[in-house]
Design a protein around this ligand. Structure first.
Ligand SMILES: *Cc1c(COP(=O)(O)O)cnc(C)c1O
Length: 426
């Protein structure tokens, strides 16, 4: 396979839909002995044809000069570039209509690399609450060691409320980055991305741009495209819907070429890129991404309908249940293309009822993580959010009777029947 570069393999003059491009975009069989599928390039290093060529590749890779207009660059070493990862990155840009992508060996690797790249001593990161546990720990326990402070705002806040929280923060420092996770886990509360983007613009100066970074793991890359709502960078745990089979750990970041160049550079030096085998598995996963996420969304609608009417369910937290009377409905209509497949609900009673329900499930597995083909259930208060103090949990709306469901691709009748028998035991 000689040098490939992002080059559309178009079968027609019209631009194909993303799901049609997942099988071939960025790869040509003639590069690999006619192989229909891209092989796994399980190699650490690549052979240069001449010393001059090696010198030229390194000059560009290390930023000693920029790539010439007609210059074709080759591969160097799998920490810098690898065909499986480059093809995967090209395909991941398609869904979000992004210029560039970098894949990582976990969602946390993507998130930590972005935050370390764009934050420094004296900076403040403004973030939505609640956050994924790992991100929360990173922001509150790791970044302070590098002189970075944080200010949190509840996910469902209005622009005015976020402004007020920021103004009330008297500890000093310069706002450098806004980090939003929407919908929030496990309550499905939405962050208004347009409001955050406006705020980032207002606080930017000529010499310092305030960036908006969005964790799009829950709805992306199908049902929400944050770059279209003012986000500068989008991060993913590819472990979830993108991988989709609960058999790998990976992460991704997409955004404009200039910002992604610096993210990729730090990735080179932290060495936290995905490996070729994981890259290959993700290429395979992308072929069924739309199929899976569409089925999961449809199944979730059915599960939501069932839970809403059940006497043992006190409350549901599901985007598909938002109506025109809800304060968040306008945000939902503006920035989400679908309700996704994450549903939380409170059982009538407390933790005891939630545990009885979880212990009675048969088809739905009792496990954390989400977005895979199989339906999963967990107890946020004592599992994913166990390190959030009880009073903080109350403030965030995480109750002792709350169960979080990730709806899979099983037959919806089977999922509902399992929930029904487990509710009967609760
Ligand atoms: C799982 C998850 C992460 C972390 O991803 P890993 O792949 O486990 O490192 C980050 N954000 C959200 C919203 C997640 O669900």
């Amino acid at each position: 396979m000689r040098r490939r570069r992002k080059r559309e393999v178009e079968t027609a003059r019209r631009v194909l839909h993303p799901e049609s491009r997942m099988m071939s975009y960025g790869y040509r069989p003639e590069w690999s002995e006619g192989a229909l599928k891209c092989p796994i390039f399980q190699t650490s290093t690549f052979v240069f044809q001449s010393a001059e060529e090696g010198k030229a590749f390194f000059e560009v890779a290390y930023g000693l000069r920029t790539q010439g207009p007609s210059e074709v660059l080759g591969l160097i070493y799998s920490r810098l570039n690898n065909p499986d990862l480059e093809i995967l990155e090209d395909r991941l840009t398609v869904w979000d209509d992004a210029e560039a992508c970098a894949v990582f060996d976990s969602g946390m690797a993507a998130i930590s690399t972005v935050l370390l790249q764009f934050l420094g001593p004296g900076d403040v990161v403004l973030h939505s609450e609640p956050l994924y546990g790992g991100t929360d720990y990173l922001i509150h326990h790791v970044l302070p060691r590098f002189g970075v402070r944080s200010v949190g705002f509840p996910a469902a806040s209005s622009r005015e409320e976020i402004d007020a929280i920021l103004k009330a923060d008297a500890a000093g420092g310069r706002l450098a980055l806004i980090y939003a996770e929407t919908p929030a886990n496990p309550t499905n509360a939405l962050v208004d991305l347009s409001a955050c983007s406006e705020l980032a613009r207002v606080h930017s100066s000529v010499d310092r741009r305030v960036l908006l970074v969005v964790d799009n793991t829950f709805l992306g890359p199908l049902w929400q495209h944050p770059l279209k709502h003012g986000a500068d960078l989008v991060v993913y745990s590819a472990t979830k819907y993108i991988g989709g089979h609960s058999d790998l750990i990976a992460g991704a970041c997409v955004g404009p070429a200039d910002l992604m160049r610096s993210v990729r550079t730090l990735r080179t030096f932290l060495g936290n890129m995905a490996d070729p085998w994981t890259g290959w598995l993700l290429l395979r996963s992308l072929e069924t991404l739309k199929l899976r996420m569409t089925c999961q969304k449809k199944n979730a609608a059915r599960v939501g309908e069932f839970l809403q009417d059940h006497p043992k369910v006190a409350r549901t937290y599901y985007l598909g249940h938002l109506g025109p009377d809800d304060a968040q409905f306008a945000v939902y209509r503006r920035q989400c293309l679908g309700a996704g497949a994450m549903i939380s609900f409170d059982l009538a009673g407390g933790q005891e009822q939630a545990y009885r329900f979880l212990n009675a499930l048969k088809l739905v597995k009792l496990a954390v993580s989400l977005g895979g083909t199989e339906s999963l259930a967990e107890h946020p208060s004592t599992m994913t959010h166990a390190d959030v103090a009880p009073e903080e949990q109350r403030r965030m709306g995480i109750t002792p009777s709350m169960v979080r469901l990730s709806v899979g691709v099983e037959h919806p009748d089977d999922i509902v029947a399992d929930l029904e028998q487990a509710l009967a035991s609760a």
